[in-house]
Design a protein around this ligand. Structure first.
Ligand code: 9MR
Length: 746
């Protein structure tokens, strides 16, 4: 399990004074003050300072903060040894000033020892005249080693910080988190296609049909009808109706839908937004690149120094050793994409992401409605634009080159296998620019899954790059064959599910689907009998592989089926493969039709998966592929309708794609798009998909706000919620595929 560490300072407390008991709080609970000498009556007793010149002043504590430090925690004041109780709510308050104007303090309640978990943190901007700040949170843990810290570093210029009236009051009433869900009429806030389905959901107490009106931007009613009561939706717990206004087909912008006295957020009817989204979703990858400077002229506001290129404080990816005892060589594993909001690079997640970007292109070339030229050279504004190679292939190659570097060199015992991942030794805090990561990097052991991911994607690359770069295609195919042979020789080397310190585990106990996928891609590229036989003899070939979640980084049988079904090939049982895709699409359509929010996703017990938005899009991809195979409008409409949930037709009335829709996720968990924590940093770029509702709520922030949440409500647009609100390469690849499909239907 991964844990995001927020670096607090482990400094020894000076004094441990007694606790003050205050009058009884709500419901008879006793309110207990945890901070000692919070009003600085006795100077700065009980407080530690680090990297600042601090002392008593103006009845409080003032600190002169030097300029030019790298991290917030390089200059700080705080207090240790505070007892926190799991499930108890605390009111954290203080008074602070900052001069000159515009400086921020990162105020954290967390763990004083490694791994420095932050249980609560805020970064208010301070004023010269001063303000009182008050927050309530619930502790996710029991610990006697709680810490309050005020982190002040990271700024270029020196400044002065003053603090008073610090309090951490236990036993207060928990603050109920109520998301602001806006109007009860829920629509796709971006756009419906003129010739596509148009559906909405109304949250209402009403049990009888309600009248609705569709209005144009001028407020004129252009269509009307009656809603369909759908009862209580188990994925949200809400009583809902659905509205179908698909018979209205005129393009326009700023339309709204009114029902039950409420008016939806505005939306368009048109294709333009999807043409933009297809590119923005794919442009996401350039700014995730490791090992190269991001050019501000190509991504205004997003330029940054190259990360992990052996320039201090980075320890670099140029010559990375293995974890102790794993190998005695080093590898140059520069390049690739950062996985998500962390600085790790993981082969199995890189694999599915590359596959999906390449498949976006391959589909656009092969499908009746495909427009490969829209992803062509010059489409994505990347450094390679203008090299006569489709930009989406150039972008995927950035990751492929990295995957190739992860292969164990010839002459080593596991030659041909592929290292599972490379990442930091410890989890790092937020924000942290890639070039500022001071951690040691290490290669983790090779795994059969990683090896087969390289085999599959390098084989797929070989057929797609051949027209543009024969040498690269040949290199890729050689590596794919070598990986395949190595995987056969070492068929059960699994990544450890406890290897999750400093990076995600990406452990997968079953690699039969990875074997099937790699064999399928090698077969499609080479026609080789060995690969064909493996496909035909694999139990995965005849199994029902289309579950409630069709595919993801750990479930790779469906990618194989989709490619065997769509990429021309003479496989003997190909009809059955194609039928399996159609039948699966029928099932996802049944789910979609039964769902009052119109999505092809109904996990067992409404337990939403980590990254549920991309699971919905991946299920939609199966439906879309059935359309490509058959041309049947029911599949096309189902795939199109699936986008609605992601773009706003949901219980939270929120688009999960940054910059798309009137209200969209924009605080995704990322170490460098950390605007929420540091106003000088940008938000995620337009077109970044948030992971979305996750019933597991594994992070402390989500645990404190979302305990007991139902399905769709298990989400919060907060940078600290890494389990519900991260951005990742494998989620944006699902968005890229689907956005491209939808744009092609315009
Ligand atoms: O997407 C991954 C999810 O399927 C796993 O359950 C989870 C826990 O291992 O990890 C997710 O992946 C994260 C990875 O471990 C580290 N980088 C960020 C990824 C997205 O949160």
């Amino acid at each position: 399990m991964n844990h995001r560490r927020s670096a607090l300072l482990a400094l020894t407390a000076l004094l441990a004074a007694g606790l003050t008991t205050l009058p009884a709080g709500p419901a008879g609970a006793v309110e207990v003050e945890r901070v000692r000498n919070g009003t600085f009556e006795t100077g700065i007793d009980s407080w530690w300072t680090s990297g600042v010149t601090a002392g008593p002043a103006d009845g409080g504590l003032c600190a002169d903060v030097p300029g030019g430090t790298a991290n917030p925690w390089d200059a700080a004041v705080g207090q240790n040894d505070l007892t926190l109780a799991k499930g108890e709510s605390y009111r954290f308050s203080f008074h602070a000033t900052g001069a000159p104007e515009g400086n921020s303090v990162r105020a954290v309640v967390g763990l004083q020892v490694p791994p420095y978990d932050a249980y609560y943190e805020v970064t208010p901007q301070l004023s010269v005249s001063g303000n009182a700040y008050t927050y309530t949170f619930t502790s996710p843990v029991d610990t006697p080693q709680g810490q309050v810290a005020f982190q002040l570093g990271g700024g270029a210029a020196p400044w002065r910080f003053c603090l008073d009236d610090v309090s951490l009051l236990g036993g207060v009433a928990p603050e109920e988190y109520k998301p602001d869900t806006g109007p009860r009429v829920r629509v796709n806030q971006v756009a419906y296609l003129p010739g596509g389905p148009k559906n909405a959901t109304v949250v209402t107490e009403a049990t009888e049909p309600l009248p609705w009106q569709l209005k144009n931007a001028a407020g004129t009613v252009v269509a009307s009808g009656r809603s369909v009561p759908r009862g209580v939706d188990p994925s949200s717990g809400q009583n809902v109706h659905s509205i179908d206004f698909g018979s209205y087909r005129r393009a326009g912008s700023g339309l709204t839908l009114a029902a039950d006295g409420e008016t939806s957020r505005p939306f368009d009817i048109g294709t333009a937004a999807y043409e933009r989204l297809r590119l923005d979703a794919a442009k996401f990858y350039y700014t995730q690149r490791s090992g190269v400077e991001i050019r501000d002229d190509l991504r205004p506001g997003y330029g940054r120094a190259a990360g992990h290129v052996d320039v201090a404080p980075n320890q670099g990816d140029g010559a990375v050793p293995c974890r102790p005892g794993v190998c005695d060589y080093t590898l140059d594993v520069t390049g690739g994409w950062y996985d998500a909001g962390d600085h790790g690079k993981y082969v199995v997640n890189g694999g599915i992401s590359v596959w999906q970007l390449l498949s976006t292109y391959e589909r656009a070339r092969l499908a009746r409605t495909g427009h490969a030229e829209r992803l062509g050279d010059g489409s994505l504004d990347i450094p390679e634009s203008g090299n006569k190679v489709p930009d989406i292939l150039d972008e995927a190659r950035w990751e492929l080159e990295f995957l190739l570097r992860m292969q164990v060199p010839d002459g080593e015992p596991l030659a041909g296998m592929v290292h599972h991942k490379i990442h930091d030794e410890q989890w790092t805090g937020l924000p942290l620019m890639p070039d500022a990561d001071p951690q040691k990097r290490a290669l983790h052991p090779p795994s059969t899954a990683a090896t087969l991911n390289l085999a599959a994607t390098a084989a797929q690359a070989a057929r797609l790059y051949r027209p543009y770069d024969r040498r690269f295609a040949a290199t890729a195919l050689t590596a794919a064959r070598k990986a395949w042979a190595a995987a056969l020789a070492h068929p059960d080397v699994l990544a450890s599910d406890s290897d999750g310190i400093g990076g995600g585990t990406y452990a997968d106990p079953d690699v039969s689907d990875e074997f099937y996928w790699a064999a399928a891609e090698l077969y499609l590229t080479t026609g080789g009998r060995e690969f064909r036989d493996h496909v035909l003899n694999s139990p995965v070939h005849t199994a029902d592989v289309f579950g409630p979640v069709s595919f993801d980084w750990a479930r790779t049988a469906v990618p194989a089926r989709l490619d065997l079904a769509t990429v021309p090939n003479p496989l003997p049982s190909r009809d059955r493969v194609r039928r399996s895709v159609r039948e699966a699409a029928d099932r996802y359509l049944t789910t979609l039709k039964a769902h009052p929010y119109g999505m092809p996703y109904a996990p067992e017990g409404q337990r939403y998966d980590w990254g549920s938005t991309h699971q919905i899009l991946n299920n939609a991809t199966v439906i879309a592929t059935a359309y490509d195979l058959t041309g049947s409008a029911a599949y096309r409409d189902g795939a199109l309708q699936s986008m609605d949930y992601v773009l706003g037709r949901n219980a939270l009335n929120l688009s999960y794609v940054t910059g798309y829709g009137e209200v969209s996720a924009h605080n995704q968990h990322s170490r460098w798009y950390a605007h929420q924590l540091d106003p000088r940093l940008p938000r995620p770029p337009a077109g970044s998909l948030a992971g979305g509702a996750n019933s597991g709520i594994q992070d402390p922030l989500a645990q404190s706000k979302l305990q007991g949440c139902t399905g769709q409500f298990c989400y919060i647009d907060d940078i600290q919620s890494w389990s519900t609100n991260e951005l990742t390469i494998n989620w944006n690849s699902a968005l890229t595929w689907m956005a491209s499909f939808v744009a092609d239907q315009g």
